[in-house]
Ligand binder design. Structure first.
Ligand SMILES: [Zn+2]
Ligand SMILES: [Zn+2]
Length: 309
């Protein structure tokens, strides 16, 4: 059972989730597991809860599947917090990097994200939803097999609330969404007719990249198949550059989507890709101030050079 405690002074939330301590872990460092032991490999479906969604090929074999997280941080019912946490196994291949998915397969994965967000939105009391992917032990993944997670919880986290309030204030003042107001986004890496990838001017981490729709869109789950096809092209380009530049680093990928109808005017959905090139150190932990060792303009130029190689 999970419990939530709020620091009385900072109001920072901590979730205590002892169940997660029972998770299987592939190992320290390289995460090289024998696929026979991997609960996400085909043949080991009995080691995971029943599917909430399953995509199959022409031979009736699954290609992508989702199910409740067996070791959730959020459980229902619990003392102060409830939520839903699902795992999406993105491939039958145990060690396939997202950057090496075919475009067609990535579109299918992006469709499953859409399906699961829409499904969780229908659950009573869910107030916040996020999709994220941890790849590699140093990015927080306990298993190597390519997977992501979708989490819906019954409260809006403090940091998200703060960001939303600032975005709303910006909109009320300017009548423009913040991302749409950046007419000329600096540090572009790649763009097509619908999406753009860039390094934000205030990137917290080295090689942090954002992918956003060029038009104002609030809800990821309202993306059409054509949108997701164009999105997949940009994601694969960014991964190509990042993987060539950093030799397939661990990474976190986060999809931030609007979750209330009232977000429509001022929230612009976005994807953050954060290669893990350094760990949080004492100064960051003490102050909440991030130290990025590379200038965003330099990062974008460096990544762009790898796009053509
Ligand atoms: Zn596996
Ligand atoms: Zn916008």
């Amino acid at each position: 059972m999970s419990t939530l405690r709020l620091d009385p002074i900072s109001k920072d939330a901590v979730v205590f989730a002892p169940e997660r301590n029972k998770r299987p872990i592939d190992g320290w460092g390289s995460l090289k597991a024998a696929s026979t032991k991997c609960p996400f490999c085909p043949g080991n479906e009995h080691l995971t809860p029943a599917d909430t969604f399953c995509q199959k090929d022409n031979f009736n074999k699954w290609t992508i599947r989702s199910f409740p997280n067996k070791y959730p941080a959020f459980t229902e019912p619990s003392e102060h917090i409830s939520g839903i946490q699902e795992v999406i196994v993105e491939s039958v291949s145990h060690d396939l990097n997202m950057g090496l998915y075919t475009r067609g397969h990535l579109v299918k994965v992006l469709e499953v994200y859409k399906n699961r967000i829409a499904s969780l939105k229908n659950v009573k009391n869910i107030k916040y939803i996020v999709v994220f992917k941890n790849h590699g032990f140093f990015a927080g993944a306990s298993l190597e097999h390519p997977h992501s997670q979708v989490v819906g919880i019954d409260f809006v986290p403090k940091a998200v609330n703060k960001k939303l309030k600032r975005l709303k204030r910006f909109y009320n003042k300017t009548k423009k969404c913040y991302l749409c107001s950046l007419d000329h986004i600096k540090n572009k890496i790649y763009e097509n007719s619908l999406f753009m990838a860039f390094v934000p001017e205030t990137a917290r981490f080295a090689f942090e990249c954002w992918i956003v729709p060029k038009d104002h869109k609030t809800f990821y789950e309202q993306s059409s198949h054509d949108d997701l096809n164009k999105l997949a092209e940009v994601i694969l380009k960014v991964f190509k550059a990042v993987n060539k530049c950093l030799d397939f680093p661990p990474f976190n990928l986060i999809i931030n989507t609007g979750f209330l109808a009232s977000h429509k005017s001022y929230f612009h959905w976005n994807i953050q890709l954060i290669p893990k090139t350094a760990q949080f150190a004492g100064f960051e932990l003490a102050t909440g101030i991030y130290i990025n060792q590379i200038n965003p303009g330099h990062t974008a130029n460096q990544l762009k050079t790898y796009l053509d190689k």
